[in-house]
Design a protein around this ligand. Structure first.
Ligand SMILES: [Zn+2]
Length: 95
């Protein structure tokens, strides 16, 4: 499955609900899921971490759907097989 297909699946599943919730409410859910990911990482709980990664990408796709953003297009335009800052692969930017 590619990013486009995942985003379309999320649109099919949740677009009606995401649209009613709106951008602010959906963004807040995404932030909540990112926080839960942090907690799972801190607990070093692999299963919970996996679930939270799934939630984060799901809510990111939902937010993209209701704001009319194509995630795959946006990601590949910025990260097209090279670092957007140094234009190298792998990245050669200094920390
Ligand atoms: Zn770089």
């Amino acid at each position: 499955m590619q990013i486009n297909e995942f985003q379309e699946m999320m649109r099919h599943l949740y677009f009606h609900r995401d649209s009613e919730r709106g951008v602010k409410g959906t963004y807040d859910w995404l932030v909540e899921e990112v926080e839960e990911l942090r907690e799972a990482l801190e607990e070093e709980n692999k299963e919970a971490t996996e679930r939270e990664f799934a939630d984060v990408i799901a809510w990111l796709a939902s937010l993209a759907n209701i704001t009319g953003i194509n995630l795959e297009k946006a990601a590949l335009e910025k990260y097209n097989y090279k670092c957007p800052k140094c234009h190298q692969s792998p990245c050669q930017c200094k920390f």
